[in-house]
Structures are given as structure tokens and as C-alpha cells.
Design a binder for this molecule. Structure first.
Ligand code: ADP
Ligand code: MG
Length: 534
């Protein structure tokens, strides 16, 4: 019947020969990617306690592991150093993933090697593969749920393509859920076959997983549009539990892919319940001719993808904007960088990912997965903040000074709940020398592009004991200090605007009476909520 009973095979052997180390031309290091450090260790078991296997693909196995230092649980991808192909594949993956900051892409926080193996440490995505949900649990996905999943996937792909990265192995096994009941918690993983491309470049190596590959990939002449074909296949499969081109043999599958969409494709009963917009969407992605196929950005603008304006986003923007206008105002220079490392390692449940990511995406007008100053200021100005003040907030949040705010920089500015384990991990990211103290020398090996004077200032700002370093107690104290400034003009403007709409809102940030008090006394701390210890 063409259903999967097992995982699809990769397309022949050509793929194995091409997995080299990526050339990183297009996505230079920023502060967040510099935090992702590679360490050579004598014995990995001193760093992690390994638990059960979470999954296995063609190149590596992924295990759950607990950090011995922080107690935090991660997913660790492991490959044997003795296998050159697997090793170079993981190096390729590490080179790409360490630079990726997107709510729908698995986040990497470190890599290690010992004499036998190489390890990529990632956030744990515990809600399983979509493959398991569909085929092992026989879960039925409604059109509405599929739409949300595909929206998240397309956002991740639009981000990748705008950074000139093509994934080339999009399939249900590489799509994980953070929370199995929450489709917007989708995370794309497995960048082993990903590649940086140059604009207009054609790729030749036939690779990927046969059920999902585009016809031009089989022909060996393609570009990044091949990813969009796979999205069409995934969408079809999620709705029908049937892989559209699956044949009993690889040759049969290839034949079906070259035949393309047949009239029989949309004749099963299930399609009577699916909207014409959705069917049109799938057809626009399964176009044989890549030039006729939608790009990721066009697919996000397709009628089926368009989201109605949501009052919930509006309401949450208010809360997040209040935090942003206060971000980075403290005199403590280390704190902003610490917030970045905190954002890298934070468990998603601490930062209410669906809220933060939806607000982020609602501001990202060109859908490239980052916020430029025009997008950012327009959103803040909409809430009554003047252009100059909005620019000021932008400059504080744009910690890498690249003229855009990445998702990690965004999370860093709005994060207000994190556990002790996350704090320990963040400390350890900044304590690159693993001496138990943050020092100028240690910071220099992390933030290679920063001036020594700035690093000295960073250390001094948190060095309460005056010994030239910051120990964990001093680090923790940074987050317990209340800000020295009162609420900014912008914070009051947002609160005022909100107060005028208070009837429509349900007091997301503060209950209404208190909010009125903010306006009269301007004394309430708008920034800090208590740290939740886990
Ligand atoms: N961060 C993660 N959290 C939880 N499970 C994961 C994570 N990364 C990978 N896995 C599981 O491990 C499997 C194999 O990982 P993957 O990166 O796809 O390796 P391969 O390149 O060998 O296919 C995935 O299909 C998934 O089930
Ligand atoms: Mg995989």
C-alpha cells in the first residue's frame, strides 16, 4: 500500500563520499556561536553520565546524558573517530548547527572528543520523532495540526535558506517534538547532509532519503529548492499516513518520483475532508520544475499558511516589550553575555517557547529568521515607543553588533525564569578554562573578537570580592540584584497604552489595579520576576 513499515533507506552510496567538512563562508561566528565550544577530554564519562539511546540514524547514535557538573540533561550524538566518514559528517554538522539559532531547529551547546569518539551536545527534544507519532503510535494528524507543523518547518527552512544552507535530508525521522501535544514545539535535527551553498550554485551529489528526494536530486542537478519538495512529501504523509512516492524497491520509488503527481494522488476519501488551499499548497511544492516550485518564503506566504491576526500575540508582545526596554540597562557588563549563555541552555519550558517564538515571528516581516532594525523598531513604535528609544533597545539587544537580532539574543532579553542547572551550565560556558572561575583569559578564548579592555570591564562588573575573577556565587548574585534604574520612559509608554486597552486584555503582566499604580508612582519593578529554582 506504499505505507512505511520501517525507516526509509538513504539514496545509494554517492552521499557517503561527499560528506566533507563544511566551508563556513556565509554564517560567521557571533557571540552565541562562540559560546559553543569544542573540548578535547581524556575521558568523556567524567563530563557526562550516559543513559539510554534516544535514536539512531545512518551515521550516529544519540543518547540521553546528564552533565556531571550541572545535573542538566542533554541529548548527545556520538560517532566513532575510527570511521572517517562518520567523523567528517559530524564535523560538518557541528560546523553548521553551532551557528544556527532558531526556535524550530535543535540547539547545540558544545562538542567534545576523546581518543575514541566525537560528541555533539544538544538540547534534549523529548517528544519523539514525527515518524514515531505517525507510524508507531498511529496518531491521526488533523489538517489544522499539520498546518502548524508545516508552518514551523517552513520557518526553519526559510531561515536556513536565507543563510545559504540547504538541509537535504528533510523527513519525519528528523522532525522532533519538544512537547508531544504542541505542534509549534517542532524541532528540525540532523544536519549531517546539510551544506552551505552559494547563490545560484547547482549541486550534483544525489543524496538524501529516497522517499523524500526531489526528481532533480536523482538527476544530480539541483539547488536548495529540493528541500521544498520534501516539505510537500512530509505534508502529504502527515495527512494520509502514506508516503506518496513509496515503492517496494528503490527503482520503483524513483520511477514514481519521476512520474510526479498523478491524478490518483488526491482521490482517496481523506482528501474530501482536506481544504482546497491545502491541496493546492502540496501541489505547489511537488512541482517537477524547481523554478515553478514555491520557495520557502513563498510557501510561508501561501494562502494555506497565512495566520489570522491573533489577539494573543498582541497581548504577549506587551509583556515581552516591557522586558526588552529594560534589557541591558544594569551597570553589570557581564550580565548580558551571561543572559546569552543562559538563553542557549535554557529548557524551553522556562521561556514559554510558543509565546516567545510567535512574537519573534510576528515581528520578522521578511521571514528570514532574524529581526533587522526596521522590523524591530516598527514593532516597538506600534506600541508607542519613539524611534530613537526603539533603536536604543535594538542596539542593546543586538549583542553581536551584526545589525540584526538573532533568536538567542531575543530570548536573552526576555528570559526571566531559569533554574539552577541552567545557571550552572551558563557559568560553565563562560568558564572556558574550566577553572571554576570566569576570568579575562577564559573569556578571551570564548569571545575571540572582543577587546581585552571590554572583557576586563565585564569581569570587574561582577567581581564583588575583587580578586580579578568571577566565581559561581558572584555569578549568581548578578541575577539577584534589582535594577538600579526605574522603569524607562518606554516602559511607561507601553504600560500607558496597555492601560488604555485594559478592558480588552486580561492583565497578562500585572493585574489591572497594580498596573494603574505603575503609571502613578513609576516605582514598580517592571523587569524582574523571581528566579525559579529547579
Ligand atoms: N536533540 C535530540 N533530542 C532527542 N532525540 C534526538 C535528538 N537528536 C536526535 N535524536 C534522535 O536520534 C535520531 C538520530 O539522530 P540524527 O541526528 O537524525 O542522526 P543521523 O544523522 O544518524 O540520522 C533522530 O532521528 C532522533 O530520533
Ligand atoms: Mg537522522
Amino acid at each position: 500500500m506504499g505505507c512505511h513499515s520501517s525507516k526509509p533507506e538513504n539514496v545509494g552510496h554517492p552521499m557517503r563520499g561527499m560528506r566533507g567538512v563544511a566551508q563556513v563562508d556565509h554564517l560567521p561566528d557571533d557571540l552565541a556561536s562562540e559560546l559553543v565550544q569544542h573540548k578535547v577530554v581524556a575521558d568523556i564519562s567524567e563530563v557526562f553520565e550516559f543513559h539510554e539511546e534516544l535514536g539512531k540514524g545512518s551515521f550516529g547514535r544519540v543518547c540521553r546524558a546528564t552533565s556531571r557538573k550541572s545535573g542538566k540533561i542533554w541529548a548527545v550524538k556520538i560517532v566513532d573517530m575510527s570511521n572517517e566518514l562518520d567523523k567528517s559528517s559530524l564535523l560538518n554538522e557541528i560546523n553548521i548547527v553551532k551557528r544556527l539559532q532558531h526556535p524550530n531547529i535543535v540547539r547545540m551547546i558544545a562538542s567534545y572528543e576523546d581518543s575514541k569518539r566525537m560528541y555533539m551536545v544538544m538540547q534534549l527534544v523529548p517528544g519523539h520523532e514525527l515518524f514515531d507519532h505517525l507510524y508507531k503510535n498511529n496518531q491521526q494528524f488533523t489538517e489544522a495540526k499539520v498546518r502548524k507543523l508545516i508552518l514551523c518547518l517552513l520557518r526553519a527552512i526559510a531561515y536556513l535558506h536565507s543563510n545559504q544552507i540547504t538541509h537535504r535530508d528533510l523527513k519525519l525521522e528528523n522532525l522532533l517534538l519538544e512537547n508531544e501535544n504542541q505542534p509549534t514545539s517542532l524541532k528540525l535535527c540532523d544536519f549531517g547532509l546539510s551544506k552551505f551553498f552559494k547563490k545560484g550554485e547547482r549541486m550534483q551529489k544525489s543524496l538524501g532519503t529516497i522517499d523524500y528526494v526531489a526528481p532533480e536530486v536523482l538527476d544530480g542537478d539541483y539547488n536548495e529548492k529540493c528541500d521544498l519538495w520534501s516539505v510537500g512529501v512530509i505534508c502529504y504523509e502527515l495527512l494520509t499516513s502514506k508516503s506518496p512516492f513509496h515503492g517496494d524497491t528503490t527503482d520503483e520509488t524513483m520511477g514514481k518520483i519521476f512520474d510526479g503527481i498523478l491524478p490518483s494522488f488526491f482521490q482517496a476519501d481523506i482528501w474530501k475532508t482536506v481544504s482546497p488551499d491545502c491541496i493546492n499548497f502540496i501541489k505547489s511544492l511537488m512541482q517537477d520544475d524547481p523554478d515553478e516550485r514555491l520557495s520557502a518564503e513563498q510557501a510561508l506566504n501561501h494562502r494555506w499558511m497565512r495566520t489570522p491576526a491573533s489577539g494573543i500575540i498582541d497581548e504577549n508582545k506587551r509583556k515581552l516589550f516591557l522586558k526588552m526596554v529594560n534589557f541591558g540597562k544594569s551597570q553589570n557588563k557581564l550580565k548580558n553575555k551571561a543572559m546569552l549563555s543562559m538563553a542557549m541552555g535554557v529548557s524551553e519550558e522556562h521561556c514559554k517557547p510558543e509565546i516567545v517564538s510567535e512574537v519573534f515571528h510576528s515581528m520578522d516581516i521578511d521571514k528570514d529568521g532574524t529581526l533587522n532594525s526596521t522590523e524591530f523598531c516598527a514593532a516597538l513604535e506600534d506600541y508607542g515607543i519613539g524611534h530613537d528609544e526603539a533603536m536604543d533597545v535594538f542596539n542593546r539587544m543586538d549583542q553581536s553588533k551584526k545589525g540584526k537580532i538573532t533568536y538567542i539574543e531575543f530570548v536573552a532579553a526576555v528570559l526571566d525564569e531559569f533554574g539552577e542547572q541552567t545557571m550552572k551550565e551558563a557559568f560553565s560556558m563562560l568558564d572556558a578554562e574550566k577553572t571554576g572561575r570566569i576570568s579575562v583569559v577564559g573569556l578571551q578564548s570564548v569571545f575571540k573578537h572582543m577587546q581585552a579592555a571590554d572583557l576586563q570591564e565585564m569581569v570587574a562588573s561582577a567581581d564583588i570580592k575583587g580578586d580579578g575573577t568571577v566565581d559561581y556565587d558572584e555569578f549568581k548574585m548578578m541575577f539577584q540584584q534589582t535594577p538600579r534604574t526605574g522603569p524607562s520612559v518606554a516602559a511607561v509608554v507601553i504600560a500607558e497604552r496597555t492601560a488604555s486597552r485594559i478592558g480588552e486584555l486580561n492583565g497578562f503582566m500585572l493585574p489591572p489595579p497594580l498596573e494603574k499604580e505603575v503609571l502613578s508612582s513609576a516605582q514598580v519593578n517592571l523587569q524582574v520576576e523571581p528566579i525559579r529554582h529547579t
